[in-house]
Design a protein around this ligand. Sequence first.
Ligand code: PMT
Length: 391
Amino acid sequence: MALKNRKILLGVTGSIAVHKAVDLARRLTEQGASVHVVMTDAAKKFVTPLSFEVASQNKVHSDMFADPLSHITLAADADIVVVAPASANSIGKFAGGIADDLLSTCMLSVTGKALLAPAMNWRMYENGVLQRNLQFLISRGMLQVGPERGSLACGEEAIGRMADVPEILEAIRAALSEQDFSGRKIVVTAGPTREYIDPVRFISNRSSGKMGFAIARAAMRRGATVTLVSGPAQVNPPCRVEFIAVETAAAMREAVLGKLHDCAVLIMTAAVADFSPLRREDKKVDKSDSLTLNLKKTPDILAEIGAMKQRPLLVGFSAETGADLSRAKRKRKEKGADLMVFNNVESPGSGFDVDTNEITIIEADNVTTLPLMTKDEAADALLDRVSTFIS
Ligand code: PMT
């Protein structure tokens, strides 16, 4: 979900977390969003409007009377209103319908999407009055991101820290995405597995995890409850997904089987090692001129689930060297998958490690070849196809 050309009204209230909001405005602007900032007087005690003007490349608003209609037009023009940080006072005003400054008046006129990122001391956050106000706003359709547990301004470790900027960005993207997977549980596997020879050596396959992580992120933005089961990957897990780290094919199998209950879709991008050593040595094996390894097949997770009577919609991935689809087509049938995604890892810009991919989606009676695109775009294109099977 691209933020390019999206219009965002950023409300900033008085909190030590205001400096993070400057970074949020900068990151949104960098990603092509048009950002307008409304600051309360309390916010201006922490950071000057100039910081937000530089970050958003737009004039900052705070005077309700400078433009008599701004309290209506600012909110009406925005795709989403984000209040970050949202202080206890501002949340109380929004919930009580108080309109005594530009931001609270804008919030009373919002008819579209609104996201709150609360930030305050834990005592205030846990106070029943604040909680009642917040729940009331949520019951009326407002969205919330954070707060998190961490070191607060007072030095205490507790709940109340404003969510970090990447998490707020993710919540904004999710809020602006179509929620066509809402209420669906999706399990995604990613990354390589490691099959240990001894405590320091292993057999593995190539995979950075990027393709699987992009699918998990896209599904989460589209409203799914996502579990991401991943071998050791080179990228950070997306925010707001359940992340299960595994190493071996056997551990991946156990984790996936444990998450199948109520699962609507299983998407296996993982590059599961096909073989593991017959025995894992407890101590590091001595170096010698040659080493003979006896290997056994790892459990085929996709095939095992493909053979189940009751199973989720199954999507496999097939990394191939060359443009011939026949192996991927065969794997789809043999493993009992509904869809198999063919991935020519020799095609430039495609496959392992890179941020782009060129995929072909193979179904029982349909084959769709997509052009080279970012892995985020490929993930959405795949989910578009998947959604036609489960709706
Ligand atoms: O992680 P990146 O760097 O972004 O790279 C992405 C990718 C190239 C690894 C990914 O797009 C991809 O193609 N993954 C499939 C890797 C592969 O070759 O799978 P396979 O052909 O060995 O297996 C076919 C399917 O069976 C896969 O869905 C696999 O997860 C599954 N499988 C395989 C072996 C096994 N023991 N159990 C399985 O479940």
